[in-house]
Ligand binder design. Structure first.
Ligand code: ATP
Length: 354
């Protein structure tokens, strides 16, 4: 029996995780759950938002299903999501954006996959606070090396992009496109402004593209990509991006397919995989049964595929499709025409459609 680490998270996490667990259990495919707290509940019980045993559980089981986790601001803890991705080397974030029939959207069909580099870029947390001792040292260095006068009241965040990480993720994107018989990989960048970070990212991508002549390739500025996605999204297929652009563009793509409540995601490494919705912990609606569980349920569909339970995955996706298409059970974020459904009512409808 496959054992999966289940991290409910915080905010709306526990609600959507409980709904997802019920739905997956209803498939009766023999999944055993190892449940571990992370985020705010873990700080209360273990003094850390990501206790060692949580990582150990994922290492043991190789696969996890995770709800959103808030990083409390000003507590000195680094983002749990970032630490998890780095510790387990989950270098690829894959966010499929598929528009299901019946869902309210400005477009008739959308089928885009955003692949985001997960380990470096501005997410490294290398920062210099305004007026700090460290910032003063940096100021001296920049003056000496570049003749640049950094203002004492400027905060600085560093953006490292390496050939190694760029190559790994672009290669992953091409292999993914090939395996899934996708027509094109689009690489987004801003190499005209950041020559040594985005420039290197672009150059690495262009070099690799030569080895994948059977997959189409284009490189475009990320601002142009944003415009294109809002205007003619079906021009795009697989999009590969560095960490920060990937975060922003995947939310944009979620907006094309009915919103964050419907956008699944996964973090993939060579040894481990963590499946989680694109959305955050949405504290504004937490604890009220209003959250849409579909993003996390679709993340579970991808998890089932990953562990080769393909027929269970297909049954679950079909049931989600049915519920979305008939439109009777929709949470408030989906702008239903009737009384909004609760998280549990959507899960019940999906279970009934199995
Ligand atoms: P993070 O920085 O952690 O990604 P965020 O600030 O981008 O989080 P989210 O928590 O992802 O914000 O969500 C933004 C808003 O979208 C929420 O405040 C909530 O109103 C809505 N939202 C997100 N997820 C859901 C969901 N599953 N169901 C309903 N509404 C949602």
């Amino acid at each position: 029996m496959p054992t999966v680490t289940l991290i409910p998270g915080d905010g709306i996490g526990p609600e959507v995780a409980a709904a997802t667990r019920r739905v997956v259990d209803a498939l009766d495919c023999g999944i055993e759950w190892e449940v571990h707290a992370a985020g705010l509940p873990a700080i209360e019980t273990h003094g850390s938002p990501l206790p060692e045993h949580v990582i150990a559980s994922i290492v043991r089981n190789k696969v996890a299903l995770k709800g959103p986790v808030t990083t409390p601001v000003g507590t000195g803890f680094r983002s749990i999501n970032v630490v998890l991705r780095k510790d387990l080397d989950l270098f690829a974030s894959v966010r499929p954006c598929h528009l299901y029939p019946g869902v309210d959207s400005r477009f008739e069909s959308i089928d885009i996959v955003v692949i985001r580099e997960n380990t470096e870029d501005l997410y490294e947390g290398i920062e210099f606070e305004q007026n700090s001792r460290e910032q003063k040292k940096l100021r001296g260095y920049l003056k000496y090396m570049h003749g640049y006068a950094l203002a004492p009241d400027a905060g600085v965040s560093i953006k490292p992009i390496s050939v190694t990480a760029s190559r790994a993720i672009v290669q992953f994107a091409f292999d993914f496109a090939k395996r899934q018989k996708r027509r094109k990989v689009t690489l987004g960048h801003k190499a005209n402004i950041m020559k040594f970070s985005d420039g290197l990212w672009l150059e690495t991508g262009e070099r690799l593209a030569v080895d994948y002549r059977d997959v189409g390739f284009e490189a475009i500025h990320v601002d142009e990509l944003a415009m294109g996605l809002a205007w003619i999204p079906n021009d795009f297929d697989v999009i590969v991006l560095p960490n920060l652009y990937g975060d922003i563009i995947s939310d944009l793509c979620a907006g094309l397919i009915g919103g964050l409540g419907l956008a699944p995601g996964m973090n993939i490494g060579l040894d481990y995989a963590v499946f989680e919705p694109t959305h955050g912990s949405a504290p504004d609606i937490a604890g009220r049964g209003l959250a849409n569980p579909v993003a996390m349920i679709l993340s579970a569909v991808h998890m089932l595929r990953h562990i080769r339970m393909t027929s269970a995955a297909a049954s679950l996706e079909r049931a989600v499709e049915k519920v979305l298409a008939d439109g009777h059970h929709r949470t408030a974020d989906m702008r239903p025409t009737r009384e909004p459904a609760t998280t549990d009512e959507v899960a019940n409808a999906i279970i009934e459609a199995l």
